[in-house]
Structure formats: structure tokens, C-alpha cells
Design a protein around this ligand. Structure first.
Ligand code: PEP
Ligand code: MN
Length: 365
């Protein structure tokens, strides 16, 4: 299990927050890789340079990466920039070649994290090796699978771990290529204190125009760093052209980020914040008390329906509740998405209370 006793979670390379990881989606040619990385290193405060050597593509017969011939190019990049380099590994052969080539940091891609067999094989091939590994979220929104992948690596002795949030492949992803689920990285940090969490705006956005907003949001949520794709000639990139930016635009994006302090020692600020938080504590207490009372009434209704042999769900009543409460929520400045989720959760719990009564079951699900 991911124990709290581990002190050295994190990439273990000399990095200041926010850690910046940048480079092209793919290494295409020696010139493209070296020129891109040199420009990134000279124009920005990037800590680690990235490039894909083996590319997991959706369809065959598209560019699947240059393969191992790109590894010596990364060595040249290291020498010329004096920065550590990272590549994606998806199987044991990749791991062996990466280690032999002196790659400093590995990352596991979203399409690999999703597969416990693949992750276990990679973890086994890393036994006894002290190398930082970054684990992208799986393509589907499954927090446990993401944690599970890190557990497999941790159990194999890898302690220098970081998680990368690159969004999730869902049917309705709005303007994004991969929908970000900001509660997941927050929950990750709650469950694994000390774990470094990086945001990958490039794969979340899929297009340049959205990058700044997503990168800023990650900073506002206190992510430890960013992974961003950059290419000397983005429009001509052999993979992920629409989301890559020139090293100059990468610099602009980073310079425009507002890095706010996580806390303040100003007594006036602390006083005011404490008072506002006191009000929140009080309101939460009331909300939970009221919800408890609401559930007690739901249980009573369940008993009454049982005595009279009436079914639990009354669709018309639920429709009325939903419509009226959504209006009330709107009038109280609550967003539709939030109100919808809250009402559904309350209704589900009420139904559960009533079915428990109906079936006399006290079994915890
Ligand atoms: C990548 O970083 O280029 C990549 C393939 O990412 P992901 O695994 O997030 O799709
Ligand atoms: Mn990419």
C-alpha cells in the first residue's frame, strides 16, 4: 500500500515548484529534437525535457515514433542542455533500452496505466533500480486504477513517483480532448501525502487556445508542475500538431502564469480567513444536520409505504422535486451541474433508506 511513512515521494531531481517538463510530443529527427530542446532550455526554466520515442497511436500505419534510434539523440540533448530527459515506456523492452541509454526519468502513458498486466511487467523490470517514474492517469476516469499503477511500482521498490493528470477519454469532453477531473488529483494528494502531482495541459486541451487556462487552473489548484508539449514547428509536427507550441510561445505561456502563494503569515489576512472559515464550519454543521433530518423523514416514509404496500419510487414526485429544487438552486446562485449532482446524491440516499426499510435489511453496501 502507499504508506505515509515514505518521505521521498517525488521526482528526486533538482526541481523548484512549479516543476516544468517540456519537449516535443515525439522525437522526429535528430535536428528537430535537439533544436527544440535547446530553445526550450535557453528560453524557459524547464527542469526536465520530454520526448516520445515510442508513440501509442490509435490507428496503425500512422507515425508510431522513431523507436530506439532516437535514444542517442536524447543523450546529445542531455549533453547540450545539461538537463535530465524523460521518455514514455510501455513495456519491458522499452524499459531496458531506456535504462541502457541513460534516460533520467520514465513516464507511463495513459494507455498503459489502464492495463495492470503491462504496469506489473514494467514494475518487475524496474526492481532494484532507482529511477523516478511519472504515472499518467488511465484513459478512463478510475482513480483506483491510477493509484494501483503507482502501488505496483512502489511495491517493486520505486519511491520516486509522481502522478500526471492528462484528462480522461469520455464521450462528452466539452471543449477538451481529454476531460480534466480536478477532484481526482486533489483526492490523490489527500490519500498519498507528499506525492507530486503534475498537470499535462497539452493532452487535456488538444488545442493551443485552451492551454493557458488549464495551466493556470493547475497552478491555482497547487499542482507541483506542468508537462507541456513544444515543437520548433508545431503545425508540421508528426503527432499532436494542434496542441504543441513553439518554445517562444511556451515561454509566453509560462511567463503569463500567476503563481499565487499557498498561504500567508499576515495576521490581518489570517484573522479574516479564520472568521470566514468559522462561518463555513458552522454552515457545514447545519447542512449535515438538515440532511440527517431529511433522511430520517425518508426512513419514516419508507415505513409508511411498507405498511401500505406502496412502491419506493414515485417518478412523478421525483420529477417535481427535481424541477422545483433546480429552480431553487438557480435562485441561490448554484450551478446546474452542482445542483444536479447534489440532488441525485440526496435522492439516491433517500431511496436506499427506503429500500432498506422495505427489505428490513441493515446490510451495509
Ligand atoms: C504523450 O505524452 O505524448 C502521450 C502519448 O500522452 P498520453 O499517454 O497522456 O496520451
Ligand atoms: Mn502527445
Amino acid at each position: 500500500m502507499l504508506t505515509k511513512s515514505i518521505k521521498d515521494w517525488g521526482l528526486g531531481v533538482d526541481t523548484k515548484k512549479p516543476i516544468l517538463i517540456a519537449g516535443p510530443c515525439s522525437a522526429e529527427t535528430e535536428e528537430q529534437l535537439i533544436e527544440t530542446c535547446k530553445q526550450i532550455a535557453s528560453k524557459t526554466n524547464t527542469s526536465i525535457l520530454r520526448a516520445g520515442i515510442w508513440k501509442p497511436r490509435t490507428r496503425p500505419n500512422s507515425f508510431e515514433g522513431v523507436g530506439k534510434i532516437g535514444l542517442p539523440w536524447l543523450n546529445t540533448v542531455k549533453q547540450q542542455t545539461q538537463l535530465p530527459v524523460t521518455i514514455e515506456v510501455a513495456n519491458t523492452a522499452h524499459v531496458e533500452l531506456a535504462l541502457k541509454a541513460g534516460i533520467d526519468v520514465l513516464w507511463i502513458g495513459a494507455r498503459t496505466t489502464v492495463n495492470p498486466f503491462a504496469v506489473q511487467e514494467i514494475a518487475d523490470s524496474l526492481k532494484g533500480i532507482d529511477i523516478p517514474v511519472m504515472v499518467k492517469n488511465p484513459i478512463n476516469p478510475d482513480l483506483e486504477l491510477w493509484i494501483g499503477a503507482m502501488e505496483r511500482l512502489h511495491l517493486a521498490g520505486i519511491n520516486k513517483l509522481a502522478a500526471i493528470h492528462r484528462g480522461f477519454s469520455v464521450v462528452l469532453s466539452g471543449p477538451y480532448r481529454n476531460l480534466p477531473k480536478w477532484d481526482y488529483p486533489i483526492e490523490l494528494r489527500r490519500r498519498i501525502p507528499g506525492l507530486q502531482v503534475i498537470c499535462d495541459p497539452s493532452h487535456i486541451c488538444g488545442k493551443r487556445a485552451l492551454l493557458q487556462g488549464v495551466a493556470q487552473k493547475a497552478m491555482d489548484l497547487d499542482f507541483d508542475g506542468l508537462m507541456l508539449e513544444s515543437h520548433i514547428n508545431p503545425d508540421q509536427a508528426w503527432s499532436d500538431a494542434a496542441q504543441q507550441v513553439t518554445p517562444d510561445d511556451l515561454k509566453k505561456l509560462i511567463d503569463a502564469l500567476l503563481i499565487r502563494k499557498p498561504a500567508s503569515s499576515d495576521p490581518l489576512f489570517i484573522d479574516k480567513l479564520d472568521s470566514l472559515r468559522g462561518t463555513i464550519d458552522h454552515l457545514d454543521q447545519n447542512i449535515l444536520k438538515l440532511l440527517g433530518q431529511r433522511m430520517e423523514i425518508a426512513t419514516e416514509i419508507g415505513k409508511y409505504k411498507k405498511e401500505n404496500n406502496i412502491a419506493v419510487l414515485d417518478l412523478e414526485r421525483w420529477k417535481t422535486i427535481f424541477d422545483t429544487r433546480m429552480k431553487m438552486a438557480g435562485a441561490n446562485n448554484l450551478s446546474e451541474l452542482f445542483a444536479d449532482g447534489l440532488l441525485q446524491a440526496i435522492h439516491q440516499e433517500s431511496i436506499k433508506k427506503q429500500t432498506d426499510v422495505m427489505n428490513n435489511s441493515m446490510i451495509e453496501e
